[in-house]
Design a protein around this ligand. Structure first.
Ligand code: SF4
Length: 405
């Protein structure tokens, strides 16, 4: 790689690391032109790699440029920041992507950008990269484009036809926070861009038309740059899932940046807070929980226990759950029981009554499950045990508590 390109890569990969909103799950393989196109994901040696919180680690994740006209206070690339600056041409991004893809070091591209000249100009540059990759080089790998909210709907629609996933960052949990810390951004434009993508997805599905951002859209919220609490954050996420059918909301703990302005904190929030938000989000997407249930009596998620256990301890009236009678969604609310285990138990109980040994054979942490269940031959001894005592006994730190379930 030419030295100049390599220097740019150092600057622009570093500048992109604060964006959490990329994951390559959820997109089908591109196969419209058979199995021979460059980078077809059904080829050998291409793998997708995820961190425990779902972040994809096999994408080339870069900014087109970290020059920016805007001065968002929480961002290291803001206009007033003194970071080293660099800018790729679209052709350079294409060259880098293809060369890393051919070496199997990446499975796709995540491309974002600071705003240069205008929103439309910047978006056109991002779209040009995707167009060159798809049309000129028949690239079948994964493409995630960050959408510039103020860009024209036509450009956003073209991006949707080229990319596997689009994202528009909501940035902060409240409109007031965004207005205070990023006054050049416009909340209305962010919603309009999300709606344009949402409508594109719906229209393509209705027509049975060719793909339109088949991995859907995602967004990112920065946690801890303003004083929004978890209650506000989860309700905002819930509205975004409902209004725009987002695939994912990503939560990114604010990282203090060199020469931070006084308007943002000097210290980051606890990383465990970000982790608990991901767990709560997972419960909302996959387990039927509502934000108002998870935070019915408090504004912040507990840091010391996961939100499912916290809900169960707050709602002892629903437990113990009889695994031979309960509805599947109630079984899934048992701490320590994931959906896979619930499906196994449902299948099993079609054949016979579920016994304690059946639960013990599941891949679950038994001492978290047993206080909350009844089986044919088991009922928890301390049916009336106080929630505080139960919480204490279950709250012995163990590595499994860091897993989602
Ligand atoms: S527009 Fe984006 S890159 Fe520019 S300062 Fe704001 S957050 Fe940073």
């Amino acid at each position: 790689m030419a030295q100049e390109l390599s220097q740019k890569l150092i600057v622009l990969a570093d500048a992109a690391k604060y964006d959490a909103s990329c994951a390559s799950s959820g997109a089908p393989q591109r196969s419209s032109k058979g199995r021979t196109g460059l980078g077809a994901t059904n080829g050998t040696g291409i793998c997708h790699s995820f961190t425990p919180d779902g972040r994809c680690v096999s994408l080339l994740k870069i900014l087109l440029t970290n020059f920016c006209l805007y001065d968002c206070q929480y961002c290291i690339n803001r206009r007033s920041s003194s970071v080293p600056r660099a800018r790729f041409t679209p052709e350079e991004v294409v060259e880098l992507t293809l060369s890393m893809y051919r070496r199997n070091t990446i499975s796709g591209l995540f491309l974002s950008s600071g705003i240069i000249r205008s929103s439309d100009y910047t978006m056109e540059q991002l779209v040009r990269v995707a167009r060159l990759l798809r049309h000129t080089h028949e690239f079948r790998g994964y493409i995630h484009l960050k959408t510039i909210p103020d860009a024209s709907p036509e450009l956003i629609r073209e991006a949707g036809e080229l990319a596997d996933r689009l994202s528009v960052n909501i940035e902060l949990p409240t409109d007031a926070g965004l207005t205070r810390l990023a006054p050049e951004k416009n909340v209305g434009s962010i919603h309009t861009a999300m709606n344009t993508i949402h409508q594109g997805v719906e229209a393509a599905a209705e027509r049975g038309a060719p793909r339109f951002t088949p991995g859907g859209q995602s967004t990112q919220m920065i946690i801890g740059a303003d004083d929004s609490d978890d209650h506000t954050i989860l309700h905002r996420a819930q509205s975004l899932y409902g209004d725009f059918r987002l695939k994912r909301v990503y939560y990114s703990a604010f990282s203090p940046i060199p020469q931070s302005p006084n308007s943002v904190p000097l210290a980051p929030p606890p990383l465990m807070r970000e982790h608990r938000l991901y767990q709560a989000d997972f419960l909302m997407r996959g387990y039927g929980f509502r934000a108002e249930e998870l935070l019915s009596s408090r504004r912040q998620l507990d840091l010391d226990i996961d939100p499912k256990l916290a809900w169960a301890l707050d709602h002892r009236e629903h437990f113990p759950v009889d695994l031979n009678r309960a509805e599947p969604m109630m079984m899934a609310r048992v701490p320590g029981l994931g959906m896979t285990s619930v499906h196994r138990l449902i299948e099993l109980r079609r054949e016979r009554r579920i016994r304690y040994a059946d639960v013990a054979r599941l891949r679950c942490v038994l001492d978290r499950v047993t206080p909350f269940i009844v089986t044919q031959d088991y009922r928890p001894r301390g049916d009336g045990i106080e929630s505080a005592a139960l919480r204490q006994s279950l709250n012995t730190p163990r590595p499994s508590q860091l897993a989602l379930w």
